[in-house]
Design a protein around this ligand. Structure first.
Ligand SMILES: NC(=O)c1ccc[n+]([C@@H]2O[C@H](COP(=O)([O-])OP(=O)(O)OC[C@H]3O[C@@H](n4cnc5c(N)ncnc54)[C@H](OP(=O)(O)O)[C@@H]3O)[C@@H](O)[C@H]2O)c1
Length: 251
């Protein structure tokens, strides 16, 4: 006689860090059965309830992925991880292109998170998670170090620059952090409205080719090497022919 499973099939989720917590809340909101497994007992527990496991979701640190994945390989269960840099033999990598921090990411927010995967794997995502409507994008070539380096730049560099500038505005001019928000939101809106992969036009004195103001800015930030380097880079990228000699600025 065929054995009847006692429980509904569920996702076995390992890891309750930044991604794991958000994912657990999302699965709960979608009413998708899942069980969170503790770090020290997940292997034996997952293997013993194998028949009811839809897939193992490894939301663990990149450094732990290889070891954890290797042991689970023998289970023949679908294994999913979320790393943008690690490749796991026998596992599927669905990289959420998003920044998860200690801030809680609610289910509504999570529903917009896109997953990026290797060529041919979008179909697998839909098979493993047919209930989830998240966008899934297949990369043209498999993930590699360059792909991940670009994601790190995309996610971290703007924040670093904005944070440094906002803190200087606060400390030197008492501009509250929240006063910067609408400005930053407008930048995102500009990015979103730019036509496919067209570069977003810069605004301000550089866009107006105002050499006098630009020279004054460069002088004003010269005491802070970080800000000076940023301003110079901005100039080189957006106004390469900027007149650099004093004669050209004050004809
Ligand atoms: N954070 C992001 O913005 C982001 C974005 C895209 C992709 N990802 C990917 O998502 C995955 C998880 O990242 P995260 O940011 O959530 O990391 P995290 O906040 O550092 O959490 C890592 C989790 O892994 C657990 N863990 C570590 N070693 C383990 C082991 N040997 N066995 C079982 N559990 C172990 C940790 O448990 P303890 O707490 O007990 O140490 C913790 O719950 C990574 O592959 C990461 O690359 C992260």
């Amino acid at each position: 006689m065929r054995q009847v499973p006692l429980e509904k099939p569920f996702f076995a989720l390992v890891g309750q860090g930044r991604v794991g917590r958000a994912l657990a809340a999302y699965l709960s909101a979608q009413q998708l059965p899942h069980r969170v497994f503790a770090r020290d007992s997940f292997l034996s527990e997952i293997l013993s309830s194998k028949t009811n496991v839809r897939a193992v979701l490894l939301a663990v640190s990149d450094s732990a992925l290889a070891g954890v994945g290797k042991v689970l390989q023998s289970s023949e269960l679908p294994i999913v991880h979320f790393s943008g840099s690690v490749r796991l033999e026998g596992g599927y990598g669905f990289h959420p292109l998003y920044s998860f921090t200690e801030r809680s990411v609610g289910p509504e927010e999570f529903a917009h998170v896109p997953f990026l995967c290797d060529p041919g794997h979008a179909r697998v995502f839909r098979e493993i998670f047919p209930e989830l409507g998240n966008p899934v994008y297949e990369l043209k070539t498999p993930r590699d170090a360059r792909y991940h380096a670009l994601c790190v730049l995309l996610g971290n560099l703007p924040l670093l620059i904005q944070d440094r500038a906002a803190r200087a505005l606060h400390s030197d001019y008492a501009v509250p952090r929240e006063a910067c928000l609408p400005f930053l939101q407008s930048l995102l809106a500009n990015f979103a409205s730019a036509r496919q992969m067209q570069s977003v036009p810069v605004a301000g004195p550089i866009a107006r080719r105002d050499a006098l103001t630009t020279a004054a800015h460069l002088n004003a930030v010269s005491s802070d090497p970080f800000l000076q380097a940023l301003y110079t880079l901005l100039l080189e990228e957006t106004w390469p022919e900027y007149p650099l000699t004093p004669k050209e600025i004050h004809p």
